[in-house]
Write a protein that binds this ligand. Structure first.
Ligand SMILES: *Cc1c(COP(=O)(O)O)cnc(C)c1O
Length: 376
């Protein structure tokens, strides 16, 4: 049997067409036609106040930390079970990361535990919508409002996923926090190789976000005719992707519905065909709470212990199927273990030890994978 990889980037077929168009237009640096088309697409479809494409989600998170003026000693609350960039963006500004445990029923932030971790130094809460599953944003926004904190959604995996609020309203993930960050890395649902986006929902950050994005200059305002010359007005860096990247992304966005419906079909197939097997073996399947939609970013299994999980990965590898574990708790990482305050984060560790992600991509031959899995 051929190798079944964990991820294979899906191409819609139009990527090189739009890239060719961008190149032929003679405008290939950032903030051109394709960048604007992508940004408006997101703003309209998901009710995001303002979007800026970035070179990665990591960069969008770094922009968020700059915008919020994070300083030495500020405290930022986030799950330990996340990607390093969630933390690094704030560590780069001198922040102390206060890690919080994951929920029992899914790897998202344990909302109930946030309040007791808040101190005078707390500035930001960063919920991570793991696997595109919504954190309970009503609870998180209530706490943020009560203590005057900012919320930055790490929505790297959360494109086209929604939160159903307690008033019944349906809001796109990334549209709720003051700022949000998305990723278009090739392992995500919608891709551009490397790529990302900052969403600015709190209007007070709109102008400065453009300045930081444009290397600390008011170049964007200049091209909009708002100022008559441009220069260095603030901190900043080079966060814009080129038009070549945006053109690639545009081809993906045109096919978003198609990509999403295929992924959801795959996810449902895994769920339906694995549930009896999983139940008989005490293996857990992903849990989608009633207040979240499912964007089928990921299909994972949770084993009873690390030994079984690793045996399963090895078993599939032997069949040339690549299944992978995910994050190692950041509070136990070589970089942060000494800086962590010592609290035990048992659920985060459980997901580190026991979770395995199954192959998930548009052209996956899923029946072959399922057939092997149920032999385990
Ligand atoms: C993928 C991912 C990132 C980083 O995205 P890049 O675009 O690769 O920088 C950050 N946070 C989470 C939760 C992710 O899954």
């Amino acid at each position: 049997m051929n190798n079944i990889n964990f991820n294979v980037p899906y191409l819609t077929g139009k990527e090189t067409f739009y890239i060719h168009d961008a190149v032929a237009s003679g405008k290939i640096s950032g903030n051109g036609k394709y960048t604007k088309m992508c940004q408006s697409f997101f703003e309209q479809k998901y009710d995001f106040n303002k979007c800026l494409l970035t070179t990665s989600c990591t960069d969008a998170l770094e922009m968020a930390a700059l915008l919020l003026n994070i300083e030495q000693g500020d405290e930022v609350i986030m799950p330990s079970y996340t990607f390093v960039s969630t933390a690094n963006a704030f560590v780069l500004r001198g922040a102390k990361i206060v890690f919080i445990d994951s929920r029992l029923d899914h790897p998202g932030i344990w909302e109930e535990n946030i309040e007791e971790l808040i101190t005078e130094k707390t500035k930001v809460i960063v919920p991570v919508h793991y696997a595109g599953v919504a954190c309970d944003m009503d609870v998180i926004m209530d706490i943020a409002n009560k203590y005057n904190l900012f919320v930055v959604e790490d929505a790297a995996q959360a494109i086209d996923s929604f939160y159903i609020g307690r008033d019944g309203s349906k809001k796109a993930l990334g549209s709720i926090g003051h700022l949000s960050a998305f990723s278009f890395h090739e392992t995500k649902n919608i891709i551009s190789g490397e790529g990302g986006m900052l969403v600015i929902n709190d209007k007070q950050f709109e102008k400065r976000a453009e300045i930081i994005w444009e290397k600390g200059t008011n170049r964007s305002a200049f091209f909009k005719g708002e100022v008559d010359k441009y220069g260095w007005v603030d901190m900043g860096s080079s966060f814009l992707p080129s038009e070549i990247v945006a053109a690639f992304l545009w081809a993906q966005l045109e096919n978003l519905e198609n990509i999403q419906s295929r992924r959801i079909e795959l996810w449902n197939t895994y769920f339906d065909k694995l549930k009896e097997w999983a139940f008989s073996k005490n293996i857990l399947l992903p849990f989608i709470p009633v207040n979240s939609s499912n964007n089928a970013h990921m299909f994972y299994l949770i084993f009873e212990n690390v030994k079984l999980r690793d045996q399963f990965i090895a078993f599939l590898k032997n069949e040339n199927i690549m299944a992978v574990f995910h994050y190692i708790s950041l509070h136990k990482s070589p970089f942060y273990i000494e800086k962590h305050d010592g609290r035990n984060l048992a659920e985060s560790d459980r997901y580190s030890d026991c979770l395995v992600r199954l192959p998930m991509y548009f052209e996956l031959e899923i029946d072959k994978v399922i057939k092997k899995i149920i032999q385990f």
